[in-house]
Design a protein around this ligand. Structure first.
Ligand code: GDP
Length: 305
């Protein structure tokens, strides 16, 4: 939490401070409410959530009739939290199950997203978190189109003590996914994390490939999580990508990376709304420890300082 706060505060604080100072003006006239709206839109909160939030704030400020900064801050905090959602399931599920042939099945997590969003880094960091938690992890390098991606994942694996299953360059991603889970089962591993390819040039190609990875992996048993990795700095573009992926596979959680480098934290809300799926993890830097569970309260506190 301390990390989340310090990492976010550098870039996000301006948003919260801006909102608070607008709310604390002597007269909350139409122009001020418009400025508040603009501030939220600039932070990528999205049109509908912004309008709803501003409407609720206006109503409550009116009813309370307060100009007390502490009360206004509490109000803003409450309404931001409500917008982000405090009762969503943000746990990354990796519970063991039973495989198709009756063996113990590791938790299976597919990591999907466009190249460059931080997919491989996130897979590595997540492996590290799980290993630190006492779990044994197998990595599947199902991005067989870029040898560099498999090398990068393997380096993470060596660093955290997880075996990496990879295929020949240009090989079938689905068969790497299948082999990774097979390896996980035979090792009695707790979790298998599968890093997938993220070329978006043809939607059909992606659709075929990702859908196939999931289907083939599920010959062993159910996938617990499909985590979509999105780069928080890409704004509306990221949302368009998110939509494409959601058509291909059922996303169960979002990982928002590079939140350390943007003041556009509102994207958390926009993407949740777009996909109807919670943000579960956030990337706060390039280092091995820079992946954190998404905690709405800590996030809002980092925003409004
Ligand atoms: P992939 O192509 O989606 O697998 O992306 P990579 O995992 O190779 O990451 C692309 C770049 O983004 C790398 O330079 C990462 O170090 C960087 N990166 C990943 N996550 C974060 C993050 O949360 N914050 C920052 N600042 N950089 C990140």
């Amino acid at each position: 939490l301390v990390r989340l706060r310090s990492r976010l505060s550098r870039s996000q604080n301006a948003l919260g401070k801006g909102l608070l100072s607008l709310l604390s003006r002597d007269h909350l006239d139409e122009d001020t409410w418009e400025e508040i709206e603009d501030t939220l839109l600039t932070a990528d909160l999205g049109v509908a959530p912004t309008q709803e939030l501003v409407e609720r704030l206006r109503e409550r400020v009116k009813v309370l009739g307060t100009r007390d900064p502490a009360e206004l801050r509490a109000l803003l905090r409450e309404e931001l939290l409500r917008t982000i959602g405090t009762d969503l399931d943000r746990v990354v599920h990796t519970e063991p199950g039973v495989s198709a042939d009756g063996a113990e099945l590791p938790g299976i997590v597919l990591v999907v997203g466009v190249n460059g969003t931080g997919k491989t880094t996130t897979t590595g960091k997540l492996a590290r978190v799980l290993v630190a938690d006492g779990k044994s992890v197998v990595l599947g390098a199902a991005d067989t189109f870029r040898a560099a991606a498999a090398d990068q994942l393997q380096t993470w694996g060596e660093r955290v003590g997880a075996r990496t299953v990879r295929g020949p360059e240009g090989g079938d991603p689905a068969s790497v996914g299948f082999d990774a889970v097979k390896e996980g089962i035979s090792q009695g591993a707790d979790v298998v994390l599968i890093d997938t390819a993220g070329r978006l040039h043809t939607k059909t190609g992606l659709m075929d490939e990702l859908g196939k990875v999931k289907r083939v992996v599920e010959k062993h048993g159910p996938v617990d999580e499909v985590l979509l990795v999105l780069d928080a700095t890409t704004g509306q573009n990221g949302l368009v990508q998110a939509r494409v992926f959601a058509e291909v596979v059922d996303i169960t959680g979002i990982v928002l990376t590079k939140l350390d480098g943007t003041a556009k934290g509102g994207i958390v809300v926009a993407v949740q709304r777009e996909l109807g799926v919670p943000v579960k993890l956030v990337g706060l830097g390039e280092g091995p420890d820079d992946l954190a569970p998404f905690d709405p309260e800590a996030f809002v506190d980092a925003l409004i300082g």
